[in-house]
Design a protein around this ligand. Structure first.
Ligand code: PEP
Length: 248
C-alpha cells in the first residue's frame, strides 16, 4: 500500500514573541514540501501567524497546542475548538505530556478529541510512557490505554494523527533510538488496526522527543514513523526545515 503522507509538526510551547515569529516566517521562505507541515504557536499568536503566512505565501498549516473539551461557556482562560477554527487553525495538539503532568486525564483528553473532530479540527493525540513505566515494562499497556481511552466509541478515526512521545525523551536531549520508537509505533498501529480496521494503516503516527536535524533522517527510515513532532528544534526556521526535508 501507499506510504502515508508525512506530517512534521512544530510545537513552540510557551516560547516566541511577535519579533521572533516574524523572523521565523521570513526565514522559512517560500519553499513547498511533499510533507504536511504544521506550526503550533502559543494561542495569542495564532491569528497573526495565519495572516503572515498567507501574506508571504508560506507552505505550513496552523495548529494549536491545546483546546477545551466543551463547545463554549464559562471556562475562564480556555479556548474552544470553534475559536481555533475561526482564527485559521486546522490542527490541535491534545494530551501533550506537559498537560497530562498538570492533571489532564485520559477521559478529559477523550472529550477534547471528540470536540475537535466534531468541529473539524484534526487532533494530534500525544501518548507516551514515563521512564519509570518503561523500566517496569509497562510501555505497551500504558500507550494502549491512552490511545483506546482517547478514541473510545469513535467510529471514524480517519482524521486522527497520533504522536508517540516517550516522556523521558521530551526536552531532555535523550531521544529514543529509532528502532525503539519503531517498535512502539508498530504496536500502536496493530492496536488501531485491531480496534478500527484496516484504514488504520493510513493513519499518521509521529515520533516526538528531542528530534533534531541530526537524527530526523534516522526516524524517517523507519516503516511506521510517519513524521515528527518537534519542540526545541522547531524554534529556528532553518533547523525546522532541515527536519522537514528528512521526510520529503
Ligand atoms: C514536544 O514538545 O512535543 C517535544 C517533543 O519537545 P522536544 O522536541 O523539545 O523534545
Amino acid at each position: 500500500f501507499e506510504r502515508i503522507k508525512p506530517v512534521v509538526v512544530a510545537n513552540w510551547k510557551m516560547n516566541m514573541t511577535l519579533a521572533s515569529i516574524s523572523k521565523f516566517v521570513d526565514d522559512f521562505g517560500t519553499e513547498s514540501f511533499s510533507a504536511e507541515v504544521v506550526v503550533c504557536p502559543p494561542s495569542p499568536y495564532l491569528y497573526i501567524l495565519d495572516a503572515l503566512k498567507k501574506q508571504q505565501n508560506r507552505s505550513f498549516t496552523l495548529g494549536a497546542q491545546n483546546v477545551h473539551a466543551e463547545k463554549s461557556g464559562a471556562y475562564t482562560g480556555d479556548v474552544s475548538a470553534d475559536q481555533l477554527l475561526d482564527v485559521g487553525c486546522h490542527y490541535v495538539i491534545i494530551g501533550h505530556s506537559e498537560r497530562r503532568a498538570i492533571g489532564e486525564s485520559n477521559e478529559f483528553i477523550h472529550q477534547k478529541v471528540r470536540q475537535s473532530l466534531e468541529t473539524g479540527l484534526i487532533p494530534i493525540l500525544c501518548v507516551g510512557e514515563t521512564e519509570e513505566e518503561r523500566k517496569q515494562g509497562k510501555t505497551n499497556s500504558v500507550v494502549e490505554k491512552q490511545v483506546l481511552t482517547a478514541l473510545l466509541n469513535m467510529n471514524d478515526i480517519s482524521k486522527v494523527i497520533i504522536a508517540y512521545e516517550p516522556v523521558w525523551a521530551i526536552g531532555t536531549g535523550q531521544s529514543a533510538v529509532p528502532e525503539q520508537a519503531q517498535e512502539v509505533h508498530q504496536f500502536i498501529r496493530s492496536v488501531l488496526i485491531k480496534h478500527f480496521g484496516i484504514l488504520a494503516n493510513q493513519l499518521p503516527i509521529l515520533y516526538g522527543g528531542s528530534a533534531k536535524p541530526d537524527n530526523a533522517k534516522d526516524y524517517s527510515a523507519m516503516n511506521d514513523i510517519d513524521g515528527l513532532l518537534v519542540g526545541g528544534a522547531s524554534l529556528k526556521a532553518d533547523d525546522f526545515k532541515k527536519i522537514i526535508s528528512a521526510f520529503c
